[in-house]
Design a binder for this molecule. Structure first.
Ligand code: PEP
Ligand code: MG
Length: 755
């Protein structure tokens, strides 16, 4: 413990326990607690703010600030430093609080004389129930130990709040009322499909009743026993016949098992026990730290690792409290829809799959381990649904539309009816799409369009046969690297690429070399922090600087092809010289193959992504070095309009169907056609019927999209007269309109095009 704290956390915890046990009102106990905390932390001020109805934080007790301010000073969540701590649910430590942009001076408190501030959220059942703050007159830096001590105290306070004497039950009910209204939320499609059912909350919280230890040695023993039981249960799960044998989810679960044996994690819990907590209190403390770190981390790979640790901590808590269950051990309704804040891959496998119709997870992205497992199991999953758990109770009706990424909580009768109709239409549509599976993607006037699918993991491969895709137009090889804990070895790469080619059979596959860097950081490949990662050291720029990485990947691709045709494509090429350099590395690998007497691909095609506008002015120079081009419209749009594709504020500012963007695309397509260079497109535009229609109108004849879009796009193509559309589009591209979306939609409606 730091020099700043008197007596250390164990002394304070003991004192807190005494205060908690006194037969006084909750308010009196709170007043005593702030005094004890201020004395122990050697701080002039200690204040407790609690959350009231309407997301308002109210000062409930203070030592050091003006006592008159108690129950008067109120801050909205997000307002001032206290509101910011509640909003982010993370600690804030500031040597000079008044210079923070969020500082909000409240004259009634008299706090201007205090310079430094340390505040931590009071968390209960995963929600912010208040904020605990200490302040000092001097400008001081609070150290790690002090922040940890404050978090431990906040846990104990959360218990007091939970007793319901401080904020009245009536007020809690008032917030409950708002929770009961119907609610619609947009999320992200992570596994396709639609379902309607009853909400089951994944994590009925394990209530830790005893936080303060009587006998630390005994707690260390309890921890050791529980960790042993946890490791055994995971080993058993991995060995069970129920597990699907192959695919990335296996690798993902192996990583999970590795964590359960991690010594660093165990040591952190042991340390927390030494500060005076019980074993379960210590696990919760470490878990809270992990969650706080999770909020701050944007790197998807690291977030996923922390997510796994959260899953493990929950399991460990269940072992310690003897309540070894999530909702997976309850009897599920027949149409269960699982709702979770976050979830590990192993946890999903605990559920009875015959009753599980869909999953909603607040914190989840396409490379989340649980998403990979859900796709392998064919369970619809919608992610990035922040706040859903604040609005839902177990047993509520819920609709999950995993085709468009929407969820409806407690839908009203009309929504239910409308959705019932829409679902019936979807079911019917899906049957129609399935019937189209083996039909050609040919327009009314006889133009054939090649509809390919995008993929990245083995779990995507069954979609080839299900959708009748013409091939894989984009295989994102970086996904294998992103789900692995260590750099995938040559053999693992060969195995994956080989299985993709096996699954595709005669259908073409375009492998894109590693598109990492930017925000796709791999922990085993760290570069410097960048101001503008999207414009930085990524994709081909990175692999040309780390040629061994590219060489091994190309070697793996050539070995996997083993004499079959092979198409390789390089991402983010901005200059012909980059492509020539990459080709040089490929040539070396081909020579090596020859030296070893191994077969060359029967046909080798080399292509480039077209994502950087500069490439548009190098097409003649590029021509001798490429066999095809694929437009990456996601990145191209971002660089064309200078608009960050991940910034939600900019999401509606420009449109991919702007005349300028479409003219640009048409120019590229026409130039490539004239040069006899095959060109396709593999960004998200390809999977949206209206956008895909426009692309075909511009002259594109090969597009690659997410598997679920193949059916709808084929239906669109088969109802379209391409010549008529092309003539119409010629009249549109010089208009001053911001977007041609409305005009194109009207064209589709007037001409009976299925969009
Ligand atoms: C693109 O940029 O359009 C593309 C297909 O690549 P990614 O989305 O993987 O960046
Ligand atoms: Mg891209």
């Amino acid at each position: 413990m730091s020099a700043g704290a008197a007596g250390g956390p164990r002394v304070l915890l003991r004192r807190l326990r005494e205060v908690m046990a006194e037969p006084e009102s909750a308010q009196v106990r709170l007043d005593k607690l702030v005094r004890a905390i201020a004395a122990n932390m050697v701080a002039e001020v200690c204040s407790i703010y609690l959350m009231r109805a309407g997301n308002v934080l109210e000062l409930f007790a203070t030592e050091g600030l003006n006592p008159e301010a108690v129950h008067k000073t109120r801050l909205k969540v997000g307002e001032g430093l206290v509101g910011t701590i509640a909003d982010n649910a993370t600690p804030l430590s500031l040597p000079e609080a008044s210079s923070h942009p969020k500082f909000a001076y409240r004259p009634e408190t008299g706090e201007e004389i205090y310079h430094s501030l340390l505040g931590v959220p009071i968390l209960r059942a995963g929600h912010v129930a208040g904020v605990l703050v200490v302040q000092n007159r001097t400008m001081r830096e609070y150290d790690e130990d002090e922040i940890e001590a404050m978090q431990t105290i906040a846990m104990v306070l959360a218990e007091l709040v939970g007793q319901g004497q401080l904020v009245e039950a009536a007020e809690i009910r008032q917030t409950e009322y708002a929770r009961k209204l119907p609610y619609r939320l947009d999320g992200q499609v992570l596994a396709e499909g639609i379902a309607q059912g009853i909400a089951v909350l994944h994590e009925p919280r394990v209530a830790v009743e005893r936080l303060i230890a009587e006998n630390p040695a005994e707690e260390q023993d309890r921890l050791a026993l529980a960790i042993g039981a946890l490791q055994k249960s995971i080993d058993d799960m991995m060995a069970s016949g129920d597990m699907i044998a192959e695919g990335e989810h296996r690798e993902v679960l192996e990583t999970f098992r590795m964590f359960a044996h991690d010594k660093g994690w165990r040591a952190r819990i042991q340390e927390a026990i030494k500060t005076g907590l019980t074993a379960e209190g210590a696990v919760e403390r470490v878990q809270m730290e992990t969650r706080a770190r999770m909020i701050a981390i944007t790197d998807p790979y690291l977030r996923e690792r922390l997510n796994d640790l959260d899953d493990l901590a929950n399991r460990l808590l269940r072992h310690l409290t003897g309540r070894a269950d999530t909702a997976s051990k309850d009897i599920l309704p027949d149409d269960a829809i699982l709702v979770a804040r976050s979830m590990g891959p192993a946890e999903l496998l605990d559920y009875d799959r015959t009753r599980l119709k869909a999953v909603v997870i607040e914190e989840c992205s396409p490379t989340s381990h649980v998403a990979i497992v859900a796709r392998a199991l064919g369970i619809p999953l919608v992610g990035r649904t922040e706040g859903v758990l604040d609005r839902i109770d177990a047993g509520d009706a819920i609709i999950v539309d995993g085709d468009v990424g929407q969820i409806f909580v407690r839908p009203t009768a009309d929504v239910l009816a409308a959705y019932g109709d829409a679902m019936a239409v979807k079911v019917q549509r899906r049957a129609e799409y399935a019937a189209l599976r083996d039909m050609p993607a040919e327009s009314l006037d006889g133009v054939s369009v090649s509809l390919m699918m995008n993929a990245g993991l083995t779990v995507d491969l069954p979609h080839l046969a299900e959708t009748g895709a013409a091939g894989i137009g984009l295989f994102r090889t970086e996904l294998q690297f992103m789900v692995s804990a260590t750099m995938p070895r040559l053999a693992a790469q060969v195995e994956l690429y080989g299985s993709v080619l096996d699954a595709a059979g005669d259908r073409p596959v375009i492998f894109r070399t590693l598109d990492i860097g930017g925000d796709k950081v791999l922990p085993y490949l760290v570069g410097p922090r960048e101001e503008n990662p999207a414009l930085g050291w990524r994709a081909i720029r990175l692999t040309l600087d780390r040629p061994a990485l590219l060489r091994y990947q190309l070697r793996a691709l050539l070995m996997a092809a083993g004499g079959r045709p092979l198409s390789v494509m390089f991402p983010m090429v901005a200059d012909v010289s980059e492509l020539r350099a990459a080709r040089g590395i490929l040539e070396r690998e081909l020579s090596r193959l020859e030296r070893l007497g191994q077969p060359r691909p029967s046909r080798l095609r080399v292509g480039t992504m077209f994502e950087v506008p500069a490439l548009a002015f190098q097409l003649p120079a590029l021509r001798p070095y490429v066999d095809f081009i694929s437009i990456g419209s996601n990145d191209l749009f971002q660089f064309f309009f200078a608009v960050d594709r991940a910034n939600p504020r900019m999401a509606d500012r420009y449109d991919t169907l702007a005349p300028s963007m479409l003219r640009f695309l048409r120019q590229i397509v026409q130039e490539c056609d004239a040069a006899g260079l095959p060109i396709g497109l593999c960004g998200e535009m390809a999977g949206r019927p209206l956008e895909a229609m426009a692309l075909i109108g511009l002259g594109l004849r090969s597009i690659s999209m997410q598997p679920g879009a193949i059916g709808p796009i084929k239906a669109m193509v088969r109802s379209l007269n391409v010549a008529e559309l092309a003539r119409y589009m010629d009249t549109l591209l010089t208009l001053p309109d911001r977007s041609l979306r409305g005009k194109l939609r009207n064209f589709a409606l007037d001409h009976g095009v299925t969009i």
